[in-house]
Design a protein around this ligand. Structure first.
Ligand SMILES: Nc1ncnc2c1ncn2[C@@H]1O[C@H](COP(=O)(O)OP(=O)(O)OP(=O)(O)O)[C@@H](O)[C@H]1O
Ligand SMILES: [Mg+2]
Length: 267
């Protein structure tokens, strides 16, 4: 496998649902090894569809990739199922925290090791508990009784149990209080620094995503409309005005201009 190229490369993909709705229109992005890349965009921009295209989860929704290519670690991954992908080190944490509510936290975590045939599952459990001590405290509790933030930790922990090199993380901040969002994002950064784990992070919350990401892509109607290093995107006046709630022109003394200049991706 190529050691040089990006770990994940999505090249000009189109995705259609039910042979009718063209939702991704030639979307291209790259995730370097060891990077944290943010996929930003408003409701319905196509972030989750992108994640599902990579994880090959579109078929159950009558969706398909009709053009373009997806490579992971130098090889095309079309048609591989979740356990093939997990064995290659790619895990997805879906939007909406799907923990198994009646199973204990620990059993939820063990489910994440389903594709492994080695004997290191106990070590991985220890690692998850080291990163998420709250889960250790609640390990015998039914996952359905956890708070929203703890459930998010539980599903990330479950993904870690497959010992991934890369995690696709869809909207981890959704519905969580700001302090918990910071806690979860800083654990993601710790995993990135300590374990060399690579992340593709879909987020509506651009402010927090750009603080933790190395690079970002802004998606509008299934296409990338802006990309750049996270710091450059965070300093971009249009992104500041429309995504970060900061009125760049007001800072320059011209508030009305910014109020009138409605960015394309909000129309
Ligand atoms: N199963 C489906 N069948 C038809 N259209 C769909 C399906 N799933 C999603 N879509 C449409 O595809 C578009 C992109 O949806 P997607 O869920 O990828 O957006 P998103 O960027 O993740 O949005 P959000 O921030 O709300 O999660 C939307 O217009 C949505 O209505
Ligand atoms: Mg989504």
């Amino acid at each position: 496998m190529s050691e040089q190229g990006p770990l994940l490369s999505i090249a000009g993909i189109e995705v259609m649902y039910a042979r009718l709705a063209l939702v991704l229109r030639g979307l291209t992005l790259r995730v370097p090894r060891g990077g944290i890349v943010a996929l930003l965009g408003a409701n319905g921009a196509g972030k989750t569809t992108t994640m599902k295209a990579v994880a090959n989860l579109l078929r159950s929704e009558r969706g398909e990739v009709t053009r373009g290519a997806i490579h992971y670690d130098g090889a095309r991954i079309d048609g591989l199922d979740a356990s093939d992908l997990a064995r290659r080190g790619l895990s997805l944490v879906m939007e909406g925290r799907h923990a198994f509510g009646t199973l204990s936290v620990e059993d939820n975590l063990k489910v994440g090791a389903f594709s492994r045939r080695d004997r290191g599952v106990g070590d991985s459990l220890d690692m998850v508990y080291r990163y998420f001590p709250r889960l250790k405290d609640r390990r015998l509790q039914a996952a359905g009784l956890l708070s929203g933030g703890e459930q998010q930790m539980c599903v990330i922990g479950r993904a870690l149990m497959a010992r991934p090199r890369m995690i696709l993380l869809d909207e981890p901040s959704m519905g969580l209080a700001p302090l918990l969002v910071e806690e979860i994002f800083s654990i993601m950064r710790q995993l990135n620094v300590d374990e060399g784990m690579t992340f593709l992070l879909a987020e509506q919350n651009a402010a927090v995503a750009l603080r933790y990401a190395t690079y970002g892509y802004l998606v509008e109607s299934g296409r990338v409309v802006r990309e750049g290093p996270a710091a450059a995107l965070a300093a971009d006046p249009e992104i500041r005005a429309s995504y970060l709630g900061l009125d760049a022109s007001a800072e320059a003394g011209s508030a009305t201009l910014a109020a009138r200049r409605r960015p394309r991706w909000l129309s």
